[in-house]
Design a protein around this ligand. Structure first.
Ligand code: GLN
Length: 275
């Protein structure tokens, strides 16, 4: 049990706790978590600083502070993440959308045939962030997001509904091996699992201990998902359709080889700022 204190005092205690756990911006995270628990705007919090924080909220707040101190990602604590300027629900059943993946959205947008209705498929959609960001940018797009995890699809569907895309995006709990929409897609986008199995154990604790391994583990070579998707795409996609993949920083040559061998052309690699 925590003592009854003012919001400001509790913030101070929480920041110290986060700081000693090695969290980068302890004061800022503590403030945002307090706002989340209390449903306060930044202004509400400033206005209420010297009020006593009610017990129930205090307990809920320090519960989150404790979980954060143990390395749980901030986004899982609040259930919210930002991607491409949009807010997304996320849960431990989905990866947390990452800023690097915005490059995939940009690259896809640059390749879509504009001026006509096109169809995009997001394979391993997770929160649905890639597909939803594309559909929000380009009103003439429709799309399908598939994921083996039905729990992830529930999250993706919530995001589709929250962004008002119910009539343009279809989220389906199915793997790419069982999906039959290859022939209708003008562009496939995918951020599949691509970490080599043997290095999963060496990932940052906040990733390894909390994010779904099914979304990270790309098999012994890290390339299992690319191999499968490319083989299926080569058989089923229509001529002129594109594939946009997110890949690991050291996978460009291997994925290019897989694509070339399967008969794809116009292959290019976009790189991020090196994260
Ligand atoms: N980029 C992610 C990470 O850093 C991995 C995402 C993936 O495997 N698709 O953990």
């Amino acid at each position: 049990m925590h003592e009854v204190r003012t919001y400001k005092e509790q913030l101070g205690i929480a920041s110290t706790r986060l700081k000693s756990a090695g969290i980068d911006r302890p004061a800022r995270e503590a403030r945002h978590l307090m706002q989340h628990v209390c449903s306060f705007s930044a202004t509400d919090l400033i206005n209420r600083e010297t009020d006593l924080m009610p017990k129930v909220e205090t307990e809920a707040f320090f519960d989150l502070i404790e979980r954060r101190s143990l390395g749980e990602p901030y986004e899982y604590l609040t259930g919210e993440a930002w991607f491409y300027g949009l807010q997304f629900a996320c849960s431990p059943d989905t990866l947390i959308p990452r800023p690097d993946s915005e490059i995939a959205v940009d690259e896809a947008l640059a390749r879509l045939p504009l001026g006509r209705v096109s169809r995009v498929a997001d394979l391993g959609t997770g929160t649905g962030c890639l597909l939803i960001a594309l559909l929000k940018q380009e009103p003439r797009l429709t799309g399908v997001g598939i994921d083996l995890s039905s729990a992830a699809i529930d999250v993706a569907q919530r995001n589709v509904d929250a962004h008002g895309l119910g009539d343009r995006a279809d989220m389906r709990p199915i793997g790419w091996r069982d999906w039959d929409g290859w022939g209708e897609a003008d562009l496939i986008i995918s951020n599949p699992p691509y970490i080599r199995s043997e290095v999963i154990d060496t990932l940052d604790n906040s990733v390894r201990a909390f994010e779904p391994h099914s979304a990270l583990d790309g098999g012994t070579s890290g390339l299992d998902a690319y191999r499968e998707i490319i083989a299926l795409a080569a058989k089923g996609m229509k001529a002129g359709a594109w594939i946009v993949f997110e890949i690991g920083f050291d996978q460009a040559d291997q994925v290019r080889f897989l694509l070339e061998t399967a008969g794809f052309s116009s292959i290019s690699v976009a790189t991020d700022t090196g994260q």
